[in-house]
Design a binder for this molecule. Structure first.
Ligand SMILES: [Zn+2]
Length: 185
């Protein structure tokens, strides 16, 4: 895929972490496939000098999203464990920025914009367009894309560079994103 980036673009790679890939604690089917699809796009973005952000789920052991704490998800992406690391083959661009989320004790944060201050940073940087890929399509990618729209950014989903938890909710997520103004590419 050839994306023509502009200087006011940002690329967000959502939660491409060991626990969300096959063999992890909350594996998304074929989740690891996004790495080889997104790496060339990351390289291109790096070459063009646009802003690159990697979000990561980084939960304390007491996190409310875990079943053991009354939540709906198996324990995953616990702070400083192997599972919380980025996929080992994911290209980490020079001068990129990590957005850490899921650290609160009172709520989960699916979106990279949710209480992270990221939208404020984007406005300071004069970012106009946001390109998004990563995991999972129907959870954190969707919420990140919808928040991006809400914050007034022209938002693009890199469809090949994402995978859903389930096919059905993946289809629903695509439809919802499209209806709210996300451009699917
Ligand atoms: Zn999580």
């Amino acid at each position: 895929m050839d994306i023509r980036f502009e200087p006011t673009d940002a690329l967000i790679l959502v939660d491409i972490q060991v626990d969300f890939c096959p063999g992890g604690k909350l594996p998304i089917e074929r989740g690891d496939e996004v790495v080889s699809i997104l790496n060339p796009i990351i390289e291109q973005a790096e070459k063009q000098g646009i802003y690159i952000f990697y979000s990561r789920d980084f939960h304390p052991r007491l996190h409310p999203s875990f079943k053991e704490n009354g939540g709906i998800w198996p324990t995953h992406c616990v702070q400083d464990t192997e599972g919380a690391r980025f996929h080992p083959e994911l290209k980490i661009a020079k001068n990129s920025v990590i957005v850490t989320k899921g650290t609160r004790f009172d709520k989960d944060q699916y979106s990279a914009f949710d209480d992270t201050g990221l939208a404020v940073a984007f406005k300071k940087l004069d970012i106009k367009r946001v390109f998004i890929g990563g995991l999972a399509l129907d959870v954190c990618v969707k919420e990140t894309a919808l928040d991006s729209i809400k914050n007034g950014f022209h938002t693009f989903l890199i469809k090949q560079g994402t995978r859903p938890v389930t096919e059905k909710s993946g289809e629903q997520a695509l439809l919802e994103m499209k209806n709210k103004g996300v451009v699917i590419i």
